[in-house]
Design a protein. Sequence first.
Length: 168
Amino acid sequence: MTALRHYGWVVWLLFLAHLIPVAVAVPEATAITGSQVATQLLAERAATPSRLTDPLSAGALLQVTLMLGVTLALIFSVAWLFRRLGTVGLVGRYPVKVLGGGAVGSRERVVLVQVGETQLLLGVAPGRVSHLHTFETTVMPQTAVTSTTTVSPFAQRLAQLLQRPHSS
């Protein structure tokens, strides 16, 4: 890769040498053009041995390992930052609660949703949600929903963590 960078640099030098004629004083007091300078540089570059290293050398492996470590550290620090700052502000902003539901077919469901004080009956199918009915009075009070459903320990712990005030 570094060899390609050097050759790219030399190509740019050749391009610029043909655009701008340069007079360079040499010890023999003769002037040479920019293209001659570029030709000399290419000849010197070809005469010097290549400094390519073995990709399995200790230095190359150490460099790859360190870069992998830096990349993983960056990924974990960004994940920690998102977890620390969180998106807790989005939870609870919208007063939408799923009160219940049931399967009507193999992939279709009917869901009762409460938005504010209004309860909606929605039909849910793959790729589509349909409004079936709006209830003006509450069909299922919120207290009945919480008392009849069993909550797993994970859900209880998650609810506790979401309700806990976060310190900055």
